[in-house]
Design a protein. Structure first.
Lengths: 114, 311
Protein backbone atom coordinates (compact mmCIF):
# COMPACT_ATOMS: atom_id res chain seq x y z
CA UNK A 1 0.00 0.00 0.00
CA UNK A 2 1.26 3.47 -0.84
CA UNK A 3 2.30 5.64 2.10
CA UNK A 4 1.14 9.28 2.17
CA UNK A 5 4.21 10.57 0.31
CA UNK A 6 3.88 7.90 -2.37
CA UNK A 7 0.16 8.63 -2.69
CA UNK A 8 0.94 12.32 -3.25
CA UNK A 9 3.55 11.40 -5.84
CA UNK A 10 1.10 9.13 -7.65
CA UNK A 11 -1.58 11.81 -7.72
CA UNK A 12 0.88 14.51 -8.88
CA UNK A 13 1.96 12.16 -11.65
CA UNK A 14 -1.69 11.60 -12.61
CA UNK A 15 -2.08 15.39 -12.85
CA UNK A 16 0.98 15.74 -15.11
CA UNK A 17 -0.15 12.91 -17.40
CA UNK A 18 -3.67 14.31 -17.59
CA UNK A 19 -2.33 17.78 -18.49
CA UNK A 20 -0.30 16.21 -21.31
CA UNK A 21 -3.39 14.30 -22.50
CA UNK A 22 -5.47 17.46 -22.71
CA UNK A 23 -2.81 19.14 -24.87
CA UNK A 24 -2.72 16.09 -27.14
CA UNK A 25 -6.51 16.22 -27.43
CA UNK A 26 -6.25 19.87 -28.54
CA UNK A 27 -3.57 18.89 -31.07
CA UNK A 28 -5.84 16.13 -32.37
CA UNK A 29 -8.74 18.55 -32.78
CA UNK A 30 -6.46 20.94 -34.69
CA UNK A 31 -5.55 18.35 -37.35
CA UNK A 32 -7.36 16.36 -40.05
CA UNK A 33 -4.26 14.61 -41.37
CA UNK A 34 -4.78 10.84 -40.90
CA UNK A 35 -1.12 10.05 -40.24
CA UNK A 36 -0.76 12.81 -37.65
CA UNK A 37 -4.01 11.78 -35.98
CA UNK A 38 -2.96 8.12 -35.76
CA UNK A 39 0.34 9.16 -34.17
CA UNK A 40 -1.38 11.48 -31.70
CA UNK A 41 -3.87 8.73 -30.87
CA UNK A 42 -1.01 6.28 -30.28
CA UNK A 43 0.76 8.70 -27.94
CA UNK A 44 -2.49 9.47 -26.15
CA UNK A 45 -3.15 5.73 -25.71
CA UNK A 46 0.25 5.26 -24.06
CA UNK A 47 -0.41 8.11 -21.65
CA UNK A 48 -3.93 6.86 -20.94
CA UNK A 49 -2.59 3.39 -20.17
CA UNK A 50 -0.03 4.87 -17.79
CA UNK A 51 -2.70 7.02 -16.12
CA UNK A 52 -4.92 3.94 -15.59
CA UNK A 53 -2.01 2.10 -13.98
CA UNK A 54 -1.29 5.06 -11.70
CA UNK A 55 -4.93 5.21 -10.56
CA UNK A 56 -4.99 1.46 -10.09
CA UNK A 57 -1.74 1.60 -8.07
CA UNK A 58 -3.08 4.27 -5.69
CA UNK A 59 -6.08 2.00 -4.99
CA UNK A 60 -3.95 -1.07 -4.14
CA UNK A 61 -3.69 -2.09 -0.48
CA UNK A 62 -1.50 -5.16 -0.66
CA UNK A 63 2.20 -4.23 -0.26
CA UNK A 64 3.50 -6.87 -2.63
CA UNK A 65 1.00 -5.91 -5.35
CA UNK A 66 1.89 -2.25 -4.88
CA UNK A 67 5.62 -3.00 -5.19
CA UNK A 68 4.94 -4.88 -8.45
CA UNK A 69 2.86 -1.99 -9.75
CA UNK A 70 5.63 0.50 -8.94
CA UNK A 71 8.22 -1.68 -10.71
CA UNK A 72 6.02 -1.77 -13.81
CA UNK A 73 5.50 1.99 -13.67
CA UNK A 74 9.24 2.66 -13.39
CA UNK A 75 9.93 0.48 -16.42
CA UNK A 76 7.43 2.47 -18.46
CA UNK A 77 8.71 5.80 -17.16
CA UNK A 78 12.00 5.10 -18.91
CA UNK A 79 10.09 4.90 -22.20
CA UNK A 80 8.56 8.32 -21.66
CA UNK A 81 11.88 9.94 -22.65
CA UNK A 82 11.62 8.40 -26.12
CA UNK A 83 8.01 9.47 -26.42
CA UNK A 84 8.85 13.05 -25.47
CA UNK A 85 11.05 13.20 -28.56
CA UNK A 86 8.31 11.63 -30.70
CA UNK A 87 5.77 14.19 -29.50
CA UNK A 88 7.99 17.04 -30.67
CA UNK A 89 7.93 15.55 -34.18
CA UNK A 90 4.18 14.86 -34.21
CA UNK A 91 2.60 17.97 -32.71
CA UNK A 92 2.84 20.83 -35.18
CA UNK A 93 2.51 23.58 -32.58
CA UNK A 94 6.07 23.80 -31.23
CA UNK A 95 5.10 25.51 -27.97
CA UNK A 96 2.36 22.95 -27.27
CA UNK A 97 4.72 20.08 -28.12
CA UNK A 98 7.30 21.44 -25.68
CA UNK A 99 4.62 21.75 -23.04
CA UNK A 100 3.49 18.13 -23.54
CA UNK A 101 7.10 16.97 -23.38
CA UNK A 102 7.57 19.01 -20.19
CA UNK A 103 4.61 17.32 -18.50
CA UNK A 104 5.89 13.90 -19.59
CA UNK A 105 9.36 14.65 -18.21
CA UNK A 106 7.74 15.78 -14.97
CA UNK A 107 5.77 12.52 -14.79
CA UNK A 108 8.89 10.44 -15.47
CA UNK A 109 10.87 12.16 -12.74
CA UNK A 110 8.01 11.77 -10.25
CA UNK A 111 7.66 8.05 -10.98
CA UNK A 112 11.41 7.64 -10.44
CA UNK A 113 10.99 8.84 -6.85
CA UNK A 114 8.38 6.18 -5.96
CA UNK B 1 -58.11 1.27 20.29
CA UNK B 2 -55.00 1.79 18.17
CA UNK B 3 -55.25 5.55 18.46
CA UNK B 4 -55.74 5.29 22.19
CA UNK B 5 -52.61 3.15 22.58
CA UNK B 6 -50.67 5.42 20.27
CA UNK B 7 -51.83 8.50 22.17
CA UNK B 8 -50.86 6.97 25.50
CA UNK B 9 -47.44 6.00 24.13
CA UNK B 10 -46.92 9.50 22.77
CA UNK B 11 -47.81 10.99 26.13
CA UNK B 12 -45.36 8.73 27.94
CA UNK B 13 -42.53 9.12 25.45
CA UNK B 14 -43.29 12.79 25.10
CA UNK B 15 -42.51 13.38 28.77
CA UNK B 16 -38.95 12.28 28.21
CA UNK B 17 -38.30 13.63 24.74
CA UNK B 18 -40.43 15.97 22.71
CA UNK B 19 -44.10 16.46 21.97
CA UNK B 20 -45.83 13.65 20.08
CA UNK B 21 -46.04 15.50 16.78
CA UNK B 22 -42.32 16.38 17.13
CA UNK B 23 -41.52 12.75 17.81
CA UNK B 24 -43.37 11.44 14.79
CA UNK B 25 -41.74 14.15 12.70
CA UNK B 26 -38.34 12.95 13.90
CA UNK B 27 -39.32 9.34 13.19
CA UNK B 28 -40.40 10.36 9.71
CA UNK B 29 -37.12 12.24 9.21
CA UNK B 30 -35.07 9.21 10.32
CA UNK B 31 -36.97 7.13 7.81
CA UNK B 32 -36.18 9.72 5.12
CA UNK B 33 -32.55 9.82 6.29
CA UNK B 34 -32.47 6.08 5.60
CA UNK B 35 -34.03 6.62 2.17
CA UNK B 36 -31.52 9.37 1.30
CA UNK B 37 -28.60 7.27 2.48
CA UNK B 38 -29.73 4.38 0.27
CA UNK B 39 -29.96 6.78 -2.71
CA UNK B 40 -26.44 8.03 -1.95
CA UNK B 41 -25.26 4.42 -1.86
CA UNK B 42 -26.79 3.69 -5.26
CA UNK B 43 -25.18 6.87 -6.67
CA UNK B 44 -21.76 5.84 -5.33
CA UNK B 45 -22.09 2.35 -6.80
CA UNK B 46 -23.15 3.79 -10.15
CA UNK B 47 -20.14 6.11 -10.11
CA UNK B 48 -17.74 3.22 -9.48
CA UNK B 49 -19.41 1.24 -12.26
CA UNK B 50 -19.10 4.32 -14.50
CA UNK B 51 -15.32 4.20 -14.05
CA UNK B 52 -15.43 0.63 -15.37
CA UNK B 53 -17.89 1.51 -18.14
CA UNK B 54 -15.71 4.36 -19.45
CA UNK B 55 -12.67 2.08 -19.23
CA UNK B 56 -14.32 -0.79 -21.13
CA UNK B 57 -15.97 1.45 -23.73
CA UNK B 58 -12.60 3.01 -24.48
CA UNK B 59 -10.99 -0.44 -24.75
CA UNK B 60 -13.68 -1.69 -27.14
CA UNK B 61 -13.28 1.17 -29.61
CA UNK B 62 -9.49 1.17 -29.31
CA UNK B 63 -9.37 -2.56 -30.13
CA UNK B 64 -11.77 -2.10 -33.04
CA UNK B 65 -9.66 0.66 -34.57
CA UNK B 66 -6.43 -1.26 -33.95
CA UNK B 67 -7.90 -4.19 -35.87
CA UNK B 68 -9.10 -1.86 -38.63
CA UNK B 69 -5.60 -0.47 -39.21
CA UNK B 70 -3.96 -3.90 -38.91
CA UNK B 71 -2.40 -3.56 -35.44
CA UNK B 72 -4.56 -6.39 -34.08
CA UNK B 73 -5.07 -9.75 -35.80
CA UNK B 74 -8.67 -10.16 -34.66
CA UNK B 75 -11.60 -8.13 -33.45
CA UNK B 76 -14.08 -8.64 -30.64
CA UNK B 77 -17.76 -7.72 -30.61
CA UNK B 78 -18.70 -9.55 -27.43
CA UNK B 79 -18.00 -6.47 -25.32
CA UNK B 80 -16.01 -8.39 -22.71
CA UNK B 81 -13.26 -6.43 -21.04
CA UNK B 82 -10.75 -6.45 -18.20
CA UNK B 83 -11.01 -3.09 -16.38
CA UNK B 84 -7.65 -1.42 -15.90
CA UNK B 85 -8.49 1.21 -13.25
CA UNK B 86 -10.91 -0.54 -10.89
CA UNK B 87 -11.44 -4.30 -11.02
CA UNK B 88 -14.64 -6.00 -9.79
CA UNK B 89 -13.14 -6.94 -6.46
CA UNK B 90 -12.08 -3.36 -5.81
CA UNK B 91 -15.61 -2.16 -6.67
CA UNK B 92 -17.12 -4.74 -4.29
CA UNK B 93 -14.88 -3.63 -1.44
CA UNK B 94 -15.89 0.00 -1.89
CA UNK B 95 -19.51 -1.11 -2.11
CA UNK B 96 -19.02 -2.75 1.30
CA UNK B 97 -18.11 0.67 2.71
CA UNK B 98 -21.42 2.07 1.45
CA UNK B 99 -23.21 -1.03 2.80
CA UNK B 100 -21.86 -0.13 6.23
CA UNK B 101 -23.30 3.39 5.90
CA UNK B 102 -26.76 2.16 4.78
CA UNK B 103 -26.72 -0.48 7.50
CA UNK B 104 -26.20 2.29 10.03
CA UNK B 105 -29.16 4.23 8.59
CA UNK B 106 -31.33 1.06 8.73
CA UNK B 107 -30.42 0.61 12.37
CA UNK B 108 -31.33 4.22 13.10
CA UNK B 109 -34.82 3.54 11.72
CA UNK B 110 -35.11 0.51 14.01
CA UNK B 111 -34.06 2.67 16.98
CA UNK B 112 -36.44 5.46 16.01
CA UNK B 113 -39.50 3.21 16.15
CA UNK B 114 -39.17 3.53 19.91
CA UNK B 115 -40.56 0.07 20.70
CA UNK B 116 -38.71 -2.74 22.45
CA UNK B 117 -37.56 -4.47 19.30
CA UNK B 118 -34.62 -2.50 17.88
CA UNK B 119 -33.27 -5.46 15.93
CA UNK B 120 -32.74 -5.24 12.18
CA UNK B 121 -34.37 -7.67 9.81
CA UNK B 122 -32.61 -10.96 9.05
CA UNK B 123 -30.88 -9.73 5.88
CA UNK B 124 -29.50 -6.61 7.54
CA UNK B 125 -28.31 -8.64 10.53
CA UNK B 126 -26.56 -11.04 8.17
CA UNK B 127 -24.89 -8.12 6.35
CA UNK B 128 -23.78 -6.63 9.67
CA UNK B 129 -22.27 -9.98 10.65
CA UNK B 130 -20.43 -10.31 7.35
CA UNK B 131 -19.04 -6.74 7.50
CA UNK B 132 -18.01 -7.18 11.10
CA UNK B 133 -16.14 -10.44 10.57
CA UNK B 134 -14.56 -9.19 7.32
CA UNK B 135 -13.20 -6.08 9.04
CA UNK B 136 -12.00 -8.08 12.06
CA UNK B 137 -10.11 -10.44 9.75
CA UNK B 138 -8.63 -7.49 7.80
CA UNK B 139 -10.64 -8.69 4.83
CA UNK B 140 -10.59 -5.31 3.16
CA UNK B 141 -7.13 -6.09 1.88
CA UNK B 142 -7.67 -4.90 -1.66
CA UNK B 143 -8.60 -1.50 -0.27
CA UNK B 144 -5.91 0.87 1.00
CA UNK B 145 -8.04 1.09 4.09
CA UNK B 146 -6.74 3.14 6.96
CA UNK B 147 -7.04 1.65 10.43
CA UNK B 148 -9.73 4.16 11.40
CA UNK B 149 -11.89 3.10 8.43
CA UNK B 150 -11.61 -0.55 9.46
CA UNK B 151 -12.44 0.42 13.05
CA UNK B 152 -15.37 2.48 11.72
CA UNK B 153 -16.81 -0.53 9.89
CA UNK B 154 -16.45 -2.67 13.02
CA UNK B 155 -18.14 0.01 15.16
CA UNK B 156 -21.03 0.45 12.72
CA UNK B 157 -21.63 -3.30 12.29
CA UNK B 158 -21.52 -3.85 16.07
CA UNK B 159 -23.93 -0.99 16.60
CA UNK B 160 -26.24 -2.58 14.02
CA UNK B 161 -26.17 -5.94 15.81
CA UNK B 162 -26.44 -4.49 19.32
CA UNK B 163 -29.86 -4.32 20.99
CA UNK B 164 -28.97 -2.77 24.32
CA UNK B 165 -26.19 -0.18 24.04
CA UNK B 166 -28.19 2.46 22.20
CA UNK B 167 -31.72 3.28 23.17
CA UNK B 168 -32.26 6.55 21.32
CA UNK B 169 -31.26 7.98 17.98
CA UNK B 170 -29.57 11.12 19.27
CA UNK B 171 -27.04 9.23 21.38
CA UNK B 172 -26.43 6.74 18.58
CA UNK B 173 -25.94 9.50 15.99
CA UNK B 174 -23.47 11.33 18.23
CA UNK B 175 -21.50 8.19 19.10
CA UNK B 176 -21.29 6.93 15.53
CA UNK B 177 -20.36 10.25 13.89
CA UNK B 178 -16.62 9.53 13.89
CA UNK B 179 -17.02 6.04 12.42
CA UNK B 180 -19.36 7.28 9.73
CA UNK B 181 -16.97 10.14 8.91
CA UNK B 182 -14.00 7.80 8.54
CA UNK B 183 -15.81 5.53 6.06
CA UNK B 184 -17.28 8.41 4.04
CA UNK B 185 -13.98 10.32 3.99
CA UNK B 186 -12.28 7.33 2.38
CA UNK B 187 -14.85 7.14 -0.41
CA UNK B 188 -14.73 10.88 -1.09
CA UNK B 189 -10.96 10.98 -1.48
CA UNK B 190 -11.07 8.34 -4.18
CA UNK B 191 -14.03 9.69 -6.14
CA UNK B 192 -12.20 12.76 -7.43
CA UNK B 193 -9.22 10.63 -8.51
CA UNK B 194 -11.42 8.17 -10.39
CA UNK B 195 -13.15 11.07 -12.16
CA UNK B 196 -9.81 11.85 -13.83
CA UNK B 197 -9.80 8.27 -15.11
CA UNK B 198 -13.28 8.65 -16.63
CA UNK B 199 -12.30 11.91 -18.37
CA UNK B 200 -9.10 10.34 -19.73
CA UNK B 201 -11.04 7.42 -21.25
CA UNK B 202 -13.66 9.66 -22.86
CA UNK B 203 -10.97 11.85 -24.43
CA UNK B 204 -9.11 8.78 -25.65
CA UNK B 205 -12.24 7.75 -27.50
CA UNK B 206 -12.31 11.15 -29.23
CA UNK B 207 -8.67 10.98 -30.39
CA UNK B 208 -9.37 7.43 -31.55
CA UNK B 209 -12.46 8.37 -33.55
CA UNK B 210 -10.71 11.37 -35.12
CA UNK B 211 -7.91 9.11 -36.36
CA UNK B 212 -10.39 6.58 -37.80
CA UNK B 213 -12.65 9.17 -39.47
CA UNK B 214 -9.69 11.01 -41.05
CA UNK B 215 -8.52 7.64 -42.44
CA UNK B 216 -11.88 6.66 -43.88
CA UNK B 217 -12.16 10.11 -45.47
CA UNK B 218 -9.27 9.18 -47.75
CA UNK B 219 -11.19 6.14 -49.01
CA UNK B 220 -14.77 7.33 -48.89
CA UNK B 221 -14.42 11.06 -49.59
CA UNK B 222 -17.94 12.57 -49.57
CA UNK B 223 -19.43 9.48 -47.96
CA UNK B 224 -17.23 10.14 -44.93
CA UNK B 225 -19.82 12.76 -43.99
CA UNK B 226 -21.73 9.82 -42.54
CA UNK B 227 -18.63 8.64 -40.67
CA UNK B 228 -18.45 12.03 -38.95
CA UNK B 229 -22.13 11.77 -38.02
CA UNK B 230 -21.63 8.22 -36.73
CA UNK B 231 -18.54 9.30 -34.76
CA UNK B 232 -20.59 11.99 -33.06
CA UNK B 233 -23.31 9.44 -32.24
CA UNK B 234 -20.68 7.17 -30.66
CA UNK B 235 -19.26 10.08 -28.64
CA UNK B 236 -22.74 10.96 -27.42
CA UNK B 237 -23.46 7.38 -26.39
CA UNK B 238 -20.14 7.09 -24.55
CA UNK B 239 -20.18 10.50 -22.92
CA UNK B 240 -23.40 11.37 -21.08
CA UNK B 241 -22.23 14.96 -20.66
CA UNK B 242 -21.86 15.73 -24.35
CA UNK B 243 -24.59 18.15 -25.49
CA UNK B 244 -27.50 16.54 -27.33
CA UNK B 245 -27.52 19.44 -29.78
CA UNK B 246 -24.59 21.27 -31.31
CA UNK B 247 -23.84 24.30 -29.13
CA UNK B 248 -21.34 27.19 -29.15
CA UNK B 249 -17.93 25.93 -28.03
CA UNK B 250 -17.63 28.37 -25.12
CA UNK B 251 -20.63 26.67 -23.53
CA UNK B 252 -19.26 23.15 -23.87
CA UNK B 253 -17.45 21.90 -20.78
CA UNK B 254 -14.56 19.49 -21.28
CA UNK B 255 -15.08 15.88 -20.10
CA UNK B 256 -12.52 16.59 -17.38
CA UNK B 257 -14.80 19.27 -15.93
CA UNK B 258 -17.90 17.14 -16.34
CA UNK B 259 -16.52 13.99 -14.73
CA UNK B 260 -15.00 16.07 -11.96
CA UNK B 261 -18.26 17.89 -11.33
CA UNK B 262 -20.08 14.54 -11.17
CA UNK B 263 -17.55 13.38 -8.55
CA UNK B 264 -17.85 16.65 -6.63
CA UNK B 265 -21.64 16.37 -6.70
CA UNK B 266 -21.38 12.83 -5.32
CA UNK B 267 -18.97 13.96 -2.60
CA UNK B 268 -21.37 16.74 -1.64
CA UNK B 269 -24.09 14.10 -1.20
CA UNK B 270 -21.81 12.05 1.06
CA UNK B 271 -21.19 15.23 3.07
CA UNK B 272 -24.95 15.74 3.45
CA UNK B 273 -25.26 12.20 4.89
CA UNK B 274 -22.80 13.26 7.58
CA UNK B 275 -24.52 16.64 8.04
CA UNK B 276 -27.91 14.94 8.45
CA UNK B 277 -26.45 12.57 11.02
CA UNK B 278 -24.98 15.50 12.95
CA UNK B 279 -28.36 17.24 12.84
CA UNK B 280 -29.98 14.10 14.27
CA UNK B 281 -27.36 14.11 17.03
CA UNK B 282 -27.59 17.74 17.98
CA UNK B 283 -30.27 19.78 16.26
CA UNK B 284 -33.93 20.34 17.04
CA UNK B 285 -36.75 18.87 14.98
CA UNK B 286 -36.62 21.71 12.42
CA UNK B 287 -32.88 21.31 11.91
CA UNK B 288 -33.21 17.57 11.41
CA UNK B 289 -36.05 17.95 8.90
CA UNK B 290 -34.07 20.57 6.91
CA UNK B 291 -30.86 18.49 6.85
CA UNK B 292 -32.69 15.33 5.81
CA UNK B 293 -34.64 17.13 3.08
CA UNK B 294 -31.35 18.48 1.74
CA UNK B 295 -29.95 14.93 1.71
CA UNK B 296 -32.98 13.53 -0.13
CA UNK B 297 -32.90 16.17 -2.88
CA UNK B 298 -29.13 15.96 -3.45
CA UNK B 299 -28.99 12.16 -3.28
CA UNK B 300 -31.78 11.70 -5.82
CA UNK B 301 -30.14 14.19 -8.20
CA UNK B 302 -26.80 12.42 -7.88
CA UNK B 303 -28.43 9.04 -8.38
CA UNK B 304 -29.86 10.12 -11.73
CA UNK B 305 -26.60 11.77 -12.89
CA UNK B 306 -24.53 8.72 -11.95
CA UNK B 307 -27.06 6.39 -13.60
CA UNK B 308 -26.68 8.36 -16.85
CA UNK B 309 -22.94 7.68 -16.73
CA UNK B 310 -23.69 3.98 -17.15
CA UNK B 311 -26.23 4.14 -19.94
Amino acid sequence: MADEAQKDTLLNTVASIRAAELLLLQASRASSDPVTLIKINTEYSHLDSLLSQLLHAQAIADDADFANAVTALKQQAAGLQVEEDDIKKIVANVAAAAEVAGYMAQAASLIATL
Amino acid sequence: MYWFRRGAACALIGMGLVGCSGLTQVQDSISRFDQGTHSASVAETNFLRAVQTADCTSQFYANASDWAIGSLVNFDISGTCVPTILDDKQVQTRQALMDAVTLYADKMVALATGDDNTALDANAQKLAGVLNSTAHQHGFQNLPVAADVEAGIIAISEMALDQRRFSDVKTAAAKMDGSLGAVIGKLKAENTNFAVGIASKIDRLETNLRAVVAGTHQDRRRMSFFDVVEARRIMRSANPFIPQTVIPSQNAAAPQDNAQSAALQLNAVLDTVLAANRAIAGAGTGGIVAAVNNLIVRAQDAQSVQASLNK
